[in-house]
Write a protein that binds this ligand. Sequence first.
Ligand code: C5P
Length: 216
Amino acid sequence: MSGPFTIAIDGPAGAGKGTLGRRVADHYRLHLLDTGLTYRAVAHDMLKKGLPLDDEERAVAAARAIDLSRLDREVLSAHAVGEAASQVAVIPAVRRTLVEKQREFARTPPGAVLDGRDIGTVVCPDADVKLYVTASAGVRARRRLAEIEARHGTADYDQILADIERRDARDMGRTDSPLKPAPDAHLLDTSEMDIEAAFLAAKAIIDEVLAKRNEA
Ligand code: C5P
């Protein structure tokens, strides 16, 4: 095998990229970076300091200060932080700063799984495997609701669905690095799949690429 092995997983909020990424990284013993957490960390910093989310200079400073090894998923997973993250994510200078850090992470041997919105298109256009994971907005909203209820929280399905649709529109409609499948991405629609089925589908794709790489 030559060079670090990179697996890019992209797709909209709640499609199951995070869970799939963890399964894949564990199975192939690769590093894992949820790049959504990097945008969330910038947003969290801005919210904590009471700064407007469109303050480019402060947002870039926050992005520069981020340490990828210290991203606190517990704190960053709050719904409001995700919403704010999609607002700082439209600022090109913030994206450039974070993308540089993400690329450096991807170069760490033996390789990495990165999940996000623009991994296969912008961050790692030469990734060995590109997966684009989707599910219908209704299915994603039901999964989110089930997650919240499992943690004994309460939420309204219609509200979650509206939030998901608004976030999709912002992520797919922005000018810089919009969410879209790379031309060479494998599409994985998980609407009717559980995590095991999604993992097996991903594994079949990855194993084929690994077999070819080992032959070369
Ligand atoms: O995936 P997650 O919900 O944590 O991402 C939060 C927000 O960060 C997304 O809605 C998106 O706007 C932004 N993001 C991005 N590019 C990535 C990962 C996340 O723009 N690679």
